[in-house]
Design a protein around this ligand. Structure first.
Ligand code: LMR
Length: 405
């Protein structure tokens, strides 16, 4: 078959740094391969769990299946309510005043994308500031929406922590209306979060400079707990300022493929919220009309049924605890093998990810020689470690670090 001239100028797109690597892992036939690339929680047997609360919710929903008709453009009402309550706390003033506009989105990515499209319409000249480093897709989402994306300093290579002074210094130069993308908890890719005191400083500065925070919260419950991980969200919500929040249940419900997320916009009044909601619905209509039913039905059922809710919180706590256990095991082994290097950052970081300190060359080496898959930046998904592979990974890490590759 000869190529069509019509496609002659279509170049091959680069592989996605995370999803592309995950595809390569799936295709790898090595029997002891280890996947620390994508942010997916696996249990101690290396399997993505189906949570018991999810199984029970599905069984209950299947007893009396509802027709699969179109949902409203902005999603399922019970789900949207549950999203707000989880982010803000049940009795929050924003909810009572109906000044939050929430839509059900296609995962957290969908929430970011719809929010980015909204900003493109209503604030096209705003610069979007993202942390250096950030989740790779942030730049793609806001950039493809037509907005200009710049970095603010965040991670400190020397300390393995964050550089609050550099961050605040850069944000002071942002112009009124610029959008500041923040990881509300469990920073992706570094696992390094601001302390609560520093969050208050960040919120103060953003409010004072009339900037617009856009919080990405995809890992609520994987840091310290559901309410604790919402600290930044609630600090912003307590101020009178516009706030955008993209949230996700992919990880916390282990429902990756169902694409259950949300965009919530905190506005000044119920009147603001109604107008914002109407515009977002219009944007959704022009993208995909309306969201799918099943994932949101599961999440709404679990969040609104007291017994299922308690079971979910327990299962989420178990996932969080297992990740922490893996951090401790990894830290222990690394420290034994290489006592002259301080690996404390592994146990201090939060959430699914750890910035391992592996260089791109070291990452390549362990992939090619041992089929261990790590994102090129050195980010590892700690939730992909288990009792059977943690030492293999630690051994490989120390070996390449000692070899100075
Ligand atoms: C990740 O960062 O690995 C996850 O959020 C999955 C993704 O879509 O990149």
């Amino acid at each position: 078959m000869s190529s069509f001239p019509f496609f002659a100028d279509v170049a091959m797109a680069p592989r996605d740094p995370i999803l592309g690597l995950n595809d390569a892992f799936q295709a790898d036939t090595h029997s002891h391969k280890i996947n620390l690339s994508i942010g997916v929680y696996c249990d101690d047997n290396g399997k993505v769990p189906v949570l018991s609360c999810v199984r029970q919710a599905i069984a209950a929903l299947m007893e009396n299946p509802s027709p699969r008709t179109y949902l409203p453009q902005d999603g399922m009402p019970a789900y949207k309510q549950a999203v707000q309550e989880l982010l803000l706390g049940k009795d929050h003033e924003v909810i009572a005043a109906k000044r939050g506009a929430t839509i059900q989105s296609l995962g957290g990515t969908g929430g970011l994308k719809i929010g980015a499209d909204f900003l493109r319409w209503f604030s096209p000249n705003a610069k979007v500031w993202v942390s250096a480093p950030t989740w790779d897709n942030h730049k793609a989402i806001f950039g493809d929406a037509g907005l200009s994306v710049v970095n603010y300093p965040y991670y400190d290579n020397v300390t393995g922590g964050y550089d609050i002074n550099a961050m605040l210094g850069a944000l002071k130069t942002a112009q009124k209306g610029d959008v500041i993308v923040l990881h509300a908890c469990c920073h992706n890719p570094t696992g390094v979060d601001p302390s609560n005191e520093d969050w208050v400083r960040i919120v103060d500065l953003i409010e004072r400079q009339n900037l617009v925070p856009f919080l990405d919260i995809a890992y609520q419950g994987f840091g310290f707990g559901l309410a604790e991980d919402s600290f930044a969200v609630r600090q912003f919500a307590a101020r009178k300022m516009p706030v955008f929040i993209a949230s996700s249940f992919s990880k916390s419900f282990s429902l990756y493929g169902e694409r259950v997320g949300a965009l919530t916009v905190l506005t000044g009044s119920s009147d603001d919220a109604a107008r914002v909601q109407s515009q977002i619905k219009r944007i959704i209509r022009a993208n995909y009309s309306n969201p799918p039913t099943f994932g949101a039905a599961i999440v709404a059922k679990v969040l609104t049924d007291p017994a299922l809710r308690a079971l979910w919180e327990k299962e989420l706590g178990d996932m969080r605890g297992r990740i922490q256990k893996m951090r401790v095991a990894l830290h222990r082994r690394l420290s034994q093998l290489n006592p002259s290097t301080n690996y404390d950052y592994i146990v201090n970081q939060k959430g699914m990810f750890s910035y391992s300190g592996l260089t791109a060359a070291q990452v390549k080496k362990i992939r090619e020689t041992q089929s261990i898959y790590v994102v090129e930046s050195g980010r590892i998904c700690v939730a992909g470690l288990n009792d059977k592979n943690v030492e293999t990974f630690a051994d490989a890490m120390v070996a390449v670090q000692k070899a100075g590759a």
